[in-house]
Ligand binder design. Structure first.
Ligand SMILES: [Zn+2]
Length: 153
């Protein structure tokens, strides 16, 4: 039985697919930042993530799709020792989950990249994709997470 290994054809990058459509973009180029798919109220200008049909601030239903991120500020975070659902990796000492204030306004909850000592409240984070698992057809299933700005990918 052949084992898929280091000699595999890497000339074509695997296709990255979001774990759930409609929440974030998956850029063609791995060097490009993903964005969150949000809503902006055309009446009062409030922005939301995830997308909404009715504005939570003024109840207007005139919402348009906008891209949010990729940068935000860490409002608060906690450290979780449960394995990330559907992830390739088992618990390797836990991971951060934080609330991140996007530059555009909304506060979103997300998984954080980095070790516990890499994270501090108020730091600037940027959006990136994490591969949860690889499908049999080679597709990589990805989620978004926030990583400390300037951290090595
Ligand atoms: Zn509104």
């Amino acid at each position: 039985m052949a084992i898929d290994g280091g000699g595999a054809d890497v000339s074509e990058a695997p296709r990255r697919v979001p774990i759930e459509p409609g929440f974030f973009t998956v850029p063609e180029s791995p060097g490009e930042s993903p964005r969150l798919l949000g809503s902006r109220c055309t009446s009062c200008g409030e922005r939301f993530f995830p997308r909404r049909v009715v504005c939570a601030a003024c109840l207007d239903d005139g919402l348009e799709d906008v891209l949010l991120g990729p940068r935000g500020t860490l409002y608060t975070f906690t450290w979780v020792h449960l394995p990330l659902f559907g992830a390739l990796r088992a618990d390797k000492g836990g991971y951060g989950v934080g609330q991140v204030d996007l530059e555009e306004g909304p506060r979103v909850q997300a998984v954080l990249a980095g070790e516990r000592e890499d994270l501090s409240i108020g730091m600037v984070l940027s959006l990136e994709l994490e591969t949860l698992r690889r499908e049999e057809n080679g597709d990589e299933v990805v989620i978004f997470r926030f990583a400390p700005e300037g951290a090595a990918a």
